[in-house]
Design a protein around this ligand. Structure first.
Ligand code: COA
Length: 213
């Protein structure tokens, strides 16, 4: 299938929220909150508009990737600015066609071009190892609590900045700590969808409680 990847713009935002909701619905929990996360990202200080891409086919947005500013902090509180992406998603009917892979490749290349030393994400390793991500444990980088989540993955862009000899903690943007207070009200702006329990939610529940020694 023919598709193009282009920069996202503010007039795409609503359609991107719809795509995000469709892609994540019932996947990790009954319903989802990723569309509210992305809605909050548009106006958050950590949003990086130059690292916002959409996949388009026949004038329809079918996928997106959005990056935010994050940082590493060492034991002396020195900081290193890096980036994080998420959500990345593709409408269910358009998955397994290479679109998500292309969005991720485009995002990685653009982040490198902008001079960021690394991308760290929280995600399912199945989706990202093929794109050069490794567990951040391999680079001596823990989460903010000093633990090493299985899904905390790093793509190194500048080997001189992260060598493994310094112990870092990864601190992601607070925009991902989405409050569910307004979720139901926000969700009513979209077509009605039924929430249900799925095996993928059981797998996700294990993944988010898994750590590397
Ligand atoms: C994760 C996600 C973004 C991947 O998007 P995608 O467009 O399906 O990605 P790709 O098509 O590049 O790759 C997906 C799979 O299709 C395969 N594939 C890629 N091109 C293909 C083609 N032309 N023909 C057949 N298979 C193909 C890939 O090898 C990959 O294989 P896998 O089943 O072993 O994973 C998408 O599945 C999604 O939106 N998921 C829901 C939201 C989500 O979980 N986001 C990530 C949070 S961690």
């Amino acid at each position: 299938m023919e598709f193009t990847i282009r920069k996202g713009k503010p007039s795409d935002n609503r359609e991107v929220e719809y795509v995000t909701r469709e892609a994540f619905w019932n996947l990790y929990v009954p319903g989802c909150d990723e569309h509210l996360t992305i809605h909050n990202i548009w106006t958050h200080k950590d949003f990086i508009p130059d690292l916002y891409y959409v996949a388009v086919t026949e004038d329809k947005i079918v996928g997106c990737i959005v990056f935010t500013a994050s940082h590493l902090e060492d034991e002396n509180s020195a900081q290193l600015e890096i980036v994080t992406f998420g959500p990345v998603c593709v409408l269910p009917d358009y998955q397994h066609l290479g679109i998500g892979g292309e969005l991720i490749r485009k995002g990685i290349a653009a982040a490198k071009e902008m001079g960021y030393p690394a991308i760290i994400i929280l995600g399912d390793p199945h989706n990202y190892c093929r794109h050069g991500f490794k567990n951040s444990r391999d680079y001596n980088i823990s989460n903010s609590e000093g633990k090493y989540p299985l899904g905390q993955l790093l793509h190194l862009l500048d080997e001189s900045k992260i060598t493994g000899s310094v112990k870092w903690r990864f601190v992601y943007s607070d925009v991902y700590n989405v409050s569910h207070e307004n979720l139901e009200e926000y969700d009513r702006q979209f077509p009605v969808k039924e929430k249900c329990v799925k095996p993928s939610q059981v797998l996700f529940n294990m993944l988010v409680r898994s750590y590397i020694e």
